[in-house]
Design a protein around this ligand. Structure first.
Ligand code: SF4
Ligand code: SF4
Length: 426
């Protein structure tokens, strides 16, 4: 259907159908992480939509102050998820941000943060990561994270780059049992460069479940962070490049689906690509196929449901519970904010450190109140942010990726070594 566009007086063009769909009921405020720490209408979805409408209608000048209100949104999309009128909030914010980049002031900090992701898979980048791994080992030894200070005042605890960064690429891992199908695994930037152990565990779990696992070479970042930041040209380039690789693999192999452990990437592939196979979050496969486990570890676990798993990938979050409860020795406990943004949202936490920390500390307080000892999740950004949350606010809590949790219980030591060696070139 052709969408009605307005021609505003002050350089902002947005689909008026999206703007007019909002009836200002305010229900979205109940789930908005920024509103629920600031309690100010300008930090609410409704307020951000009203600002866009006022600018579009020429009642309000597009100024850096107005743009800041939109920049302070995590784009978790909880508002969109709950909205009874189906307001397409993501599309609204993406296009608002695009116009701000083009007509007001390019967001250079975000641009410089996101541009390197377009080089993902590049040989020089791989060398730089290896050099970074050696240097960080020299300076901080075996510690897992490096505190990085940004000009905005943000201090983020980043995982170290790894010597085996991007080493899964271009390989087809073989199952060690009867073959049940073939998946493409798209690890994504964070797992390929930093959380390499988790990426390897995903491959090994799928191998043991009987799947061939292709990790493609030639792909870059999914482009989700670029899209969400309004850099649509960069997104388009990434989509084209990645789609070409996926198409070629689909012509050569019988592919059962694309597996991700990054719900932002998964949501981007589902919503903004047109792929010839379905997209799965790993937990969907584990829910179906992982047997019951007995770890012998009596611990209380809770789950941080990554927002884009249910708002973008449209998963029912109970799938995470069922996978966690495969370990019959663990006890699953819940707080009140399990389904609430952690405040990472990529460059959001770098650009808005105070707001991000308010969201994070509220979340960590809730986890502590739940009585949990461990938080499971399935998103590299959430792992990074929640780890920071344990350093700052909850030293007794531990964060674990759900793939690592499952790997420790499902794979033997021997299988971890052997399965990694079962592969051939794609
Ligand atoms: S976005 Fe939806 S939930 Fe929020 S105020 Fe508008 S109509 Fe209500
Ligand atoms: S996307 Fe998230 S942070 Fe942004 S307005 Fe909606 S609920 Fe609030």
């Amino acid at each position: 259907m052709e969408r009605e566009q307005n021609t505003p007086r002050r350089g902002i063009t947005i689909d008026t159908k999206i703007l007019n769909a909002c009836v200002q009921c305010g229900l979205c405020k109940t789930v908005c992480p920024t509103y629920n720490v600031e309690y100010d209408e300008a930090y609410s979805p409704r307020g951000r939509i009203l600002l866009a409408k006022s600018v579009v209608e020429g009642k309000l000048e597009l100024t850096p102050e107005v743009a800041k209100r939109w920049d302070e949104c995590t784009l978790c999309r909880n508002c969109e998820n709950i909205c009874p009128n189906g307001v397409e909030y993501k599309e609204l914010l993406v296009h608002v941000r695009e116009r701000v980049n083009e007509d007001l002031k390019k967001d250079w900090l975000k641009y410089l943060g996101l541009k390197p992701l377009t080089f993902q898979g590049n040989k020089l980048q791989k060398l730089a990561l290896k050099a970074g791994a050696v240097i960080s080992k020299l300076f901080i030894g075996n510690r897992d994270t490096i505190p990085v200070v940004f000009p905005t005042g943000a201090v983020k605890y980043f995982p170290k780059p790894k010597l085996n960064a991007q080493s899964l690429r271009g390989k087809k891992f073989l199952p060690n049992t009867e073959r049940r199908g073939t998946f493409i695994f798209f690890p994504g930037c964070m797992y390929e460069n930093f959380y390499t152990q988790t990426a390897e565990n995903v491959v090994r779990i799928l191998q043991k479940l009987g799947y061939e696992v292709i990790v493609p070479d030639g792909v870059s970042c999914c482009g989700g962070p670029h899209y969400y930041s309004g850099f649509l040209d960069m997104f388009e380039q990434l989509r084209e490049k990645n789609t070409e690789v996926f198409q070629k693999l689909a012509e050569k192999y019988e592919i059962d689906g694309l597996v991700v452990v990054c719900p932002t990437g998964g949501g981007t592939f589902k919503e903004d690509y047109d792929l010839p196979f379905p997209v799965y979050e790993l937990v969907e496969i584990l829910d179906r196929e992982l047997p019951e486990l007995r770890s012998g570890i009596k611990e209380k676990i809770t789950i941080h449901y990554p927002c884009h798993a249910y708002t973008a990938m449209k998963l029912d979050v109970s799938v995470f519970d069922r996978v966690a409860k495969k370990d019959k020795d663990a006890e699953l406990v819940k707080g009140e904010l399990n389904k609430s943004c952690c405040g990472f949202a990529g460059m959001f936490s770098v650009k808005n450190p105070t707001l991000s920390q308010k969201i994070l500390s509220r979340k960590m307080e809730d986890f502590k109140n739940s009585g949990a000892q461990k938080i499971l999740t399935s998103c590299p950004g959430c792992v990074l942010q929640l780890n920071e949350g344990t350093i700052r606010y909850a030293k007794d809590l531990e964060v674990e990726h759900i793939a690592d949790f499952v790997a420790k219980r499902f794979l033997s030591e021997e299988e971890r070594k052997v399965l990694s060696q079962l592969w051939e070139e794609v």
